[in-house]
Design a protein around this ligand. Structure first.
Ligand code: GUN
Ligand code: ZN
Length: 435
């Protein structure tokens, strides 16, 4: 018989979407347990009852810590790890001054491997178990990332970033090479272990219409793949898109007319949308991804979470490292809360935690496998200390319910709040990020 593991602690899971049903969507057990076998969750329930029913299981008791699904980060750029928190620029200048020179370094596969490992160790230390990442234009940067995730047993999504114009020498492909390289990488990695390929045109300004066409054709050939790109992040960018694509009705139309709008599409930022764009995104059931620390850090704008959700849009939550200013999904939830406040629509802690797990998993169309605690789901779990610093501890000590106990960690927590991270039932070694 294969061995079973039983994790004990407070457990938090969702049986519904808290945007639809409020905080009742969450099930909290102050003395819960999660039984794991073969990398999957076998049962979630009362800790003592699970222990009595499975006396042979190896028990790890996390005491008062909170066990929930590992965080799912729906939009990141792992190659920007080393340039996070670069000062003073808005999107286009930020790309040209900081991002493109750094992405050029990924021509060296050894550098790509070093950063891929560093990035995944940092995010695991922050409780993030799944990410959906852009690589660089270099195919080896995709190999490096998938190899690093495969070593750690993680479920990740990634793709070669395609750019054939408005990028420096050494950081451009062509329409044909983008198609060929993306197809070869897709065939090599998509569906291997827990890895999935995403077709990845960076954004309309850095792709010719011919390149968008080629990637649209590739998506038609592989419609089960995700397709990720950027949409309407800054007003200057939107004006530039209008100049580059004079025939397009709007920014989204530059994707739609080239076969790059569909139900498996992921559109990062999506802040300054026209009514038609919102309607089309919803009609095709595409997902948009909210990147709150990036949107404040690069000065992009205030995403309309409440409006999007009310309209029935699927929304994921993401750090957007390194335009985002943090690797932490806790910090990202805090920024989403703050942006909600600035718009007069504060998010409940249950909604924030749902967005960072099940909501992002739904955006990635992986909600049946990750993003929640339930029998049959993959055992990706974060263990949160709800009193990880003196400031947080003194506030959570006053809490009258779970939401008051957890909200100080959302607002003030960081990797010190992450006591452990499990990937497919295996505890990840925190020392990996301290090399
Ligand atoms: N738009 C195009 N590329 C990028 C990027 O790398 N980061 C962000 N935040 N926006 C982009
Ligand atoms: Zn991005």
């Amino acid at each position: 018989m294969t061995s079973q593991t039983l994790l004990l602690g407070q457990t938090l899971r969702f049986n519904a979407d808290p945007f639809a049903t409020g905080s009742d969507a969450a099930l909290h057990d102050s003395r819960g347990g999660i039984l794991i076998e073969g990398g999957k969750i076998v049962a979630v329930g009362d800790g003592a009852a699970l222990r009595a029913a499975h006396p042979q299981a190896q028990v790890t008791d996390h005491g008062a810590a909170l066990l929930m699904a590992g965080f799912v980060d729906a939009h990141v750029h792992y190659p920007q790890t080393a340039i996070i928190a670069s000062w003073g620029k808005r999107l286009i200048d930020w790309l040209n001054l900081y991002t493109f020179p750094e992405e050029m370094r990924f021509a060296d596969p050894a550098y790509a491997a070093e950063i891929a490992g560093r990035y995944l160790d940092l995010t695991l230390a922050h409780g993030t178990t799944t990410v959906c990442s852009y690589a660089t234009i270099h195919p080896a940067s995709v190999d490096a990332f998938f190899q690093a995730a495969q070593t750690r047993g993680q479920r990740v999504v990634a793709g070669k970033t395609c750019m054939d114009r408005n990028a420096p020498d050494g950081l451009r492909d062509t329409a044909q090479s983008a198609y060929d390289d993306s197809r070869a990488l897709l065939r090599k990695w998509h569906g291997v272990d827990r890895l999935s390929y995403a077709i990845t045109p960076r954004f309309s300004p850095t792709s010719s219409p011919a390149q968008l066409d080629a990637l649209g054709a590739l998506w038609t050939e592989h419609p089960d793949c995700l397709m990720q790109t950027h949409l309407s992040e800054q007003t200057d960018e939107i004006a530039w898109v209008r100049d580059l694509y004079p025939q397009a009705r709007d920014y989204l139309d530059t994707y739609e007319t080239h076969g790059l709008l569909g139900p498996n599409g992921l559109y990062g930022h999506a802040i300054h949308l026209e009514p038609r764009e919102k309607d089309r995104l919803r009609e095709v059931d595409a997902a948009v991804v909210h990147c709150p620390t990036s949107n404040t850090f690069i000065g992009s704008g205030l995403f309309d979470m409440a409006g999007m959700i009310a309209a029935g849009q699927r929304v994921g939550l993401a750090t957007d490292t390194g335009g985002g200013s943090s690797f932490s999904m806790l910090r990202t939830m805090a920024a989403a809360y703050e942006i909600g406040q600035l718009r007069g629509t504060p998010l409940h802690a249950a909604q924030l935690l749902w967005l960072a797990t099940a909501g992002s998993a739904r955006a990635l169309r992986m909600q049946d496998r990750i993003g929640n605690l339930a029998a049959g789901m993959e055992a990706d779990i974060v263990v949160l200390d709800l009193a990880s610093t003196p400031a947080i501890a003194q506030r959570s000590a006053r809490a009258d319910d779970l939401w008051e106990a957890v909200f100080p960690t959302i607002m003030m927590g960081d990797d010190r709040a992450v006591r452990a991270t499990y990937v497919a039932g295996q505890k990840m070694d925190r020392r990996m990020d301290q090399r």
